[in-house]
Design a protein around this ligand. Structure first.
Ligand code: ARG
Length: 456
């Protein structure tokens, strides 16, 4: 089949080369963006007198016809035409005749594909911001229901200090808030327009790049044509932000898996979001959080893949850069699916408050408060820590928890202990006493939740 670039060739392309170099199998996803960019380009060509206004209109109508055919699934994309850009250009020429060949005036596929990628990234970044926010809403609504829900807080996965479940959930809220912020910030750089850079050096035609930027709603025109066609930083940035979002989802998923185990029994996932076992009838498996955790690997892979593709590439465009697409497409699809499931999983989560409460009565996570108590009474904290450590050791040996000891037993270790130590050590009081800014005390959580609401 005749190539759009066939002029200087005397032989047909080897079929395997066609298949190996073609990107139509995946860049067909960019059809809409490609046409959007072309519509703006030809509008500008018409306005600048590079093509006549009639020609511009004919081309625009042809492009719109092709778009509606693509949207109704009414077209066949051909590997022989390599990529989405040439498939559409070929369709255009078939649709409106030779005048269609004027579309590519003053343009190259190099600035065209870069523009398509910017348009795609802008659309998807906005969508990801929305989806991250859905997860934040879910976290916030669970948090509001659980301000007074007390459970062990862990460090090193060892019981550390009692905390509020709301506080634990809100920690994730703020991770996602930073992710959202990063996505929003990345839009600044996504909104740079490459079109008009030509193949690499600009063009001899009197084009108006600012006008194209205005038509496509870009904030800034790449000031250097070589950078414009070679830059995929915005793809790396998106992959990196998506990787971090996956990290956050994965950490939360790990907690959901742990908390829903028989050993913890802190939460129960809704039946609708779990699966069973083909052999063990009793099983209810947290497959979704497990896969959220697992899919993190492929997203990291795409990030490293893209960095590796770009490393060492000379300026300007190189075919290697076609490898920017599948990784980011798969990443976006993975995140869309993952975020879309995480929100309802959190919303439908059953919180087993009694089990959480029971856990903090069966540990030594109130020990810090005993040390703080002694320190408040004037004992240097280091000594208070030592005394408390001895009390804990004694209690463990007796097979008791701190609250099971008598005042007389406490006083064996320090005469500073008085009757009020029992109140101090009650788990609820331990949690409530953390009034410091950003702490787990319910008064502070309420402040935090108010701030969180102002972010949505
Ligand atoms: N399919 C190509 C890509 O995705 C489009 C640009 C090709 N340019 C070229 N001169 N071969 O990068």
């Amino acid at each position: 089949m005749a190539k759009l670039w066939g002029g200087r060739f005397t032989k047909e392309t080897n079929k395997q080369v066609d298949a190996f170099t073609a990107s139509i199998g995946f860049d067909r996803q960019l059809a809409k963006e490609d046409i959007e960019g072309s519509l703006a380009h030809v509008q500008m060509l018409g306005e600048c007198g590079i093509v006549s206004t009639d020609e511009a209109e004919t081309i625009q109508n042809g492009l719109k016809t092709i778009l509606s055919k693509i949207e109704s699934g009414n077209v066949e994309f051909l590997t022989e035409h390599e990529d989405i850009h040439m498939n559409i250009e070929k369709m255009l020429i078939d649709e409106i005749g030779a005048v269609g060949g004027k579309l590519h005036t003053g343009r190259s596929r190099n600035d065209q594909v870069a523009t398509d990628m910017h348009l795609y990234m802008r659309k998807k970044t906005k969508r990801l911001i929305e989806l991250v926010e859905h997860v934040q809403y879910a976290l916030l609504s669970q948090a509001k229901e659980n301000i007074e829900t007390i459970l062990p807080g862990y460090t090193h996965l060892q019981r550390a200090q009692p905390i509020s479940f709301a506080h634990h959930l809100m920690a994730y809220f703020w991770m996602f808030e930073r992710d959202k912020d990063r996505l929003r910030d990345s839009l600044k750089r996504i909104n740079w327009l490459p079109l008009g850079a030509g193949a690499l050096a600009g063009t001899t035609f009197p084009i108006n790049r600012e006008r194209v930027a205005e038509l496509l709603d870009f904030d800034f025109v790449y000031p250097n044509s070589m950078d414009a066609v070679s830059d995929r930083d915005f793809v790396v940035e998106a992959l990196s932000i998506c990787s971090l979002i996956m990290v956050h989802m994965s950490r939360l998923s790990e907690e959901l898996v742990t908390w829903s185990s028989q050993e913890f029994q802190f939460v129960e996932l809704d039946d609708a979001f779990c699966t069973g076992s083909s052999i063990m009838p009793q099983k209810k498996n947290p497959d979704v959080p497990e896969l959220l955790r697992g899919k993190t690997g492929r997203v990291f892979g795409h990030l490293v893949g893209m960095l590796t593709v770009l490393k060492g590439l000379p300026l300007a465009y190189n075919k290697d850069m076609q490898e920017d697409k599948e990784g980011i497409f798969d990443t976006v699809e993975t995140l869309e699916g993952a975020l879309d499931l995480l929100a309802p999983i959190l919303e439908t989560l059953t919180v087993k408050k009694d089990n959480m409460r029971k856990a903090v009565t069966q540990d030594y996570s109130n020990a810090t408060d005993m040390a703080d108590y002694l320190a408040t009474k004037g004992l240097p904290f280091r000594q208070a820590h030592e005394v408390t450590g001895k009390v804990v050791l004694y209690a463990i040996e007796q097979g008791k928890y701190l609250l099971d000891l008598t005042l007389a037993e406490f006083r064996e270790f320090s005469s500073l202990f008085e009757e009020d130590i029992f109140d101090i050590l009650a788990p609820e009081n331990v949690m409530r006493a953390r009034h410091s800014q950003g702490g787990t005390g319910p008064d502070q959580i309420k402040v935090q939740i108010q701030l969180a609401e102002s972010k949505l």
